[in-house]
Design a binder for this molecule. Structure first.
Ligand SMILES: Nc1ncnc2c1ncn2[C@@H]1O[C@H](COP(=O)(O)OP(=O)(O)OP(=O)(O)O)[C@@H](O)[C@H]1O
Length: 415
């Protein structure tokens, strides 16, 4: 059986080339290249047609794909050719009839969009977490689309990602929506991500806020009426809905609060009946959240702190970005962790810098992804302070930044 390889091609907005023309040109590029790097965007092309029409190509699956030895013939290529929407975030403002004040109730993106381009690839998790999540959701949408009776096989379209702060939950939801819009473009020709701003919903209590929530959801209903549209609704920190409801019940919040929460929950229940909706939720608490629709989520995925291997990959991607921008001027490549393992972590000319980064990664275990992505910046700000450095100098600075960060955390704990 052939293994599927996804070839995601970003066509330039102004390009009028046909799908077939693009497929032929990209296929040739794959054949010509000795080792197209799987999992990273290819942005430089030799072929004039590709330069004119294509922004980037991404080949997913498999790390060691080499075409010269014929391995490619065992794969089946699935092409996803798309253009990136560059309109950015559209805020939906709701206006109070009472005093004309505006409330930013939700944000919308038409997908796939520039804002989330490459987000999926930038997130590093254990083994197959991302692929499993994508397959779960694809199956969910397929079952809904085919009208499988949920009395026989039960499933629903709710995903809950939970875990400590800064571990990439929100980013993963947005990246997942973007990936679906690319991979399922055959089925859905319009895809939208709607992020409900729960915080701003509770920031000010309008007496008519329940009505405003209904107004906001009526637009989502409108999109959902078109079968070929997919709407991904993101509710970040879903526990804030449960908290607000509990506080309201205990009389700690104004009665308007409960009106907003109930309106949101009722609306979620309504839109859940559409087969072309996906509800993505995140939470920083792992204990049960008192909300029925979350409780019934099929996919409850814990997202924890990155392992040493993931830390290494995250740092490696940061180094690559600093090399691309010439802040690190030496072009020496860091090897993959797999290669370090194969060399039994033995120091050699080709592994020394990678081993240094591996040691720094071990020191950084237990940090969130958000902290890890900030550390290279802090390393430069505190310990480099010049426009361009060698990789070794930079790694020394990174090690110091990790030490300083740990010390700062300790001091914070003591105060
Ligand atoms: N596993 C990871 N791999 C790569 N980058 C990560 C990872 N986790 C977090 N990040 C980085 O940290 C940033 C913050 O992540 P995000 O806001 O998605 O986390 P979160 O879990 O939703 O946090 P919070 O609960 O505080 O909202 C992201 O922009 C991303 O760059």
């Amino acid at each position: 059986m052939a293994r599927v390889i996804h070839v995601e091609v970003v066509q330039r907005l102004e390009s009028r080339a046909s799908v077939d023309q693009i497929k032929i040109a990209v296929n040739k590029m794959i054949d010509d290249k000795l080792k197209p790097s799987a999992g990273t965007f290819i942005k430089r092309f030799d072929d004039a047609f590709l330069v004119e029409h294509i922004e980037a190509v991404l080949i997913s699956e498999g790390n060691e794909i080499s075409c010269k030895n014929g391995i490619f013939s065992e794969f089946q290529f699935v092409y996803h050719i798309y253009r990136l929407n560059d309109e950015g975030r559209q805020r939906e403002l709701l206006e109070s009839e009472e005093d004309g004040e505006e409330l930013s109730a939700s944000s919308h993106w038409t997908l796939p969009c520039t804002d989330f381009h490459g987000l999926w690839e930038s997130l590093v998790f254990e083994s197959s977490l991302k692929d499993d999540l994508l397959s779960f959701v694809e199956t969910t949408l397929l079952f809904s689309d085919k009208g499988v009776d949920s009395n026989f096989i039960s499933w629903n379209r709710v995903v809950l990602l939970h875990g400590p702060p800064g571990t990439g939950k929100t980013s993963l939801c947005k990246a997942l929506a973007q990936k679906l819009s690319i991979r399922m473009a055959d089925r859905y020709n319009h895809c939208e991500l709607v992020e409900i701003n729960t915080h701003s919903l509770f920031s000010k209590w309008f007496s008519e806020s329940g009505k405003l929530v209904m107004k906001m959801f009526s637009k989502i209903h409108e999109i959902l009426e078109t079968e070929s549209s997919l709407v991904c609704v993101l509710i970040d920190e879903v526990e804030s809905l449960a908290h607000a409801r509990q506080s309201a019940v205990k009389g700690l919040e104004p009665s308007d609060a409960i009106r907003v929460v109930n309106a949101v929950l009722t609306q979620i229940d309504h839109i859940k009946s559409y087969p072309n909706v996906l509800i993505l939720t995140t939470s920083n608490i792992t204990a049960g959240i008192d909300l029925a629709f979350v409780d019934r989520a099929d996919i409850k995925q814990y997202i924890g702190y990155p392992s040493v291997a993931a830390v290494y990959e995250i740092f490696k991607s940061c180094v690559k970005e600093l090399q691309r921008t010439n802040i690190i001027h030496s072009k020496d490549n860091l090897v993959t962790l797999k290669l370090l393992e194969l060399s039994s972590f033995q120091p050699s000319e080709s592994t020394n810098t990678s081993l240094k980064l591996y040691d720094i990664s071990k020191l950084s275990e237990g940090f969130s992804g958000r902290t890890l992505r900030k550390l290279p910046f802090l390393a430069h700000a505190y310990f480099v302070q010049k426009p361009s450095v060698s990789l070794t100098e930079f790694l020394n600075a990174l090690e110091k930044a990790v030490g300083k960060f740990k010390q700062d955390c300790e001091e914070l704990k003591r105060t």
